[in-house]
Design a protein around this ligand. Structure first.
Ligand SMILES: Nc1ncnc2c1ncn2[C@@H]1O[C@H](COP(=O)(O)OP(=O)(O)OP(=O)(O)O)[C@@H](O)[C@H]1O
Length: 361
């Protein structure tokens, strides 16, 4: 749709502590009904970004806009309670002296019966209807967190900021609650900015992922694109284990024991890292000292000796010591594949699954 302003738009947000920019020129926007995940390792500045949007912290520079209207530019800042932003933070706290119903109804205005109906609806959503008249101390930590979620969603905020909101829930409940939460937020057309350090959570929840590192957004895109077209070696490694083969470029090609790889735009003599996830290596049997024939799709096979093989539940992880340089390479295979240590096998690398990056010194 053209002309529709993003529900949430942040431009060039920067926050310094003691001279260090912990959030460094961060810009992103979220449309109504969209979920964007800020994904990155601990300390990269995710929570500080959320706190500036919520208004509990003030940026050194940059602007926050809601529906095209500036709500904070570092000089004029709307107080947090006037921003119509719902919060669901890690350190959630219920009011201990209020019942569950009163906690969930806390931010609601209107006739008592309407408030009660909304409270009942929200508690039913998080599967806690039976606790409506309980006190917070009578609930488990996970249940308290779900009440906090119901409380945050009850006033139908236009924007929801969520900081690791599901981390307190046990695994069996978590997936269901994530999906339910998404349904409620999408139904209401809420724009969601969700902070997480778990790639799986981001992949599951996000329409768009903003990958953050050292205060900056290093890549932004749909989960599929972030996973399949990562911007650098660290971005690949954030989502899975990786194997790295170092090569040197001659004439836009690099020669390796796995065959040639294209390295367009990389100058002669420069080193490149060829990065591949363990699930994208193919394992083949030894046929009297040789492997499968080279192909354009898979390149040349290289031989390795099985060091160990482990069954991981839905896949098997096999570790190889490579003949050519003694390096270790990990490959995973669906289901059960447990070759004995010492067995020679051949590995190939699917060209369309390899990433070639200029090597960092
Ligand atoms: N009030 C503060 N004073 C000084 N430094 C701070 C302050 N708040 C945060 N920092 C620093 O800013 C950096 C970013 O912190 P932030 O909490 O935003 O990271 P994060 O990505 O959310 O990490 P986590 O996932 O662990 O919460 C950290 O190095 C942190 O120590």
């Amino acid at each position: 749709m053209t002309g529709q302003a993003p529900r949430l738009d942040i431009r060039n947000l920067t926050r310094r502590y003691g001279g260090r920019a912990v959030v460094d020129d961060v810009s992103l926007s979220v449309m109504p009904g969209q979920v964007t995940c800020l994904l990155g390792p601990s300390g990269c500045g995710k929570s500080t970004t959320l706190r500036m949007i919520a208004g509990v912290e003030t940026q050194d520079s940059g602007v926050v806009l809601v529906d095209g209207q500036p709500i904070s530019d570092g000089v004029r800042n709307l107080p947090p309670e006037q921003r119509q932003i719902g919060l669901m933070f890690q350190d959630f706290a219920l009011f201990p002296h209020l019942s569950v119903a009163d906690n969930v109804g806390f931010g609601l205005k209107g006739p008592r019966a309407e408030v009660r109906a909304r409270v009942e609806e929200m508690l039913a959503r998080v599967d806690l209807g039976r606790f409506i008249d309980a006190w917070p101390h009578e609930l488990s930590g996970g249940e308290q967190q779900r009440v906090a979620l119901a409380r945050a969603l009850a006033p139908r905020p236009r924007i929801m900021l969520m900081d690791e909101p599901f981390s307190g829930l046990d695994n069996r409940l978590r997936d269901g609650i994530r999906d339910e939460t998404l349904d409620v937020l999408k139904e209401a057309g809420t724009a969601v900015l969700l902070v997480t350090h778990e790639p799986e959570e981001a992949m599951r929840m996000a329409d768009e992922i903003a990958l953050m590192r050292d205060g900056r957004i290093v890549q932004m895109g749909a989960p599929y694109n972030i996973y399949n077209a990562p911007v650098d070696r660290e971005a690949v490694a954030f989502f899975s284990d990786i194997n790295v083969i170092r090569g040197v470029v001659r004439g836009a090609l690099t020669e390796t024991p796995f065959g040639q790889f294209l390295a367009p735009g990389v100058p002669d003599g420069a080193a490149v890292d060829i990065v591949i996830r363990p699930q994208h290596l193919k394992i083949d049997f030894d046929r009297n000292g040789s492997g499968p024939l080279p192909t354009a799709r898979d390149g040349t096979p290289a031989r390795g000796i099985v060091q160990r093989a482990r069954f991981m539940g839905n896949e098997s992880l096999v570790e190889f010591r490579m003949d050519h340089d003694g390096s270790l390479i990990r490959a995973t295979v669906p289901n059960v594949f447990l070759p004995r240590p010492g067995k020679p096998l051949w590995l190939t690398m699917r060209r369309d699954r390899c990433f070639v990056f200029p090597a960092k010194a």
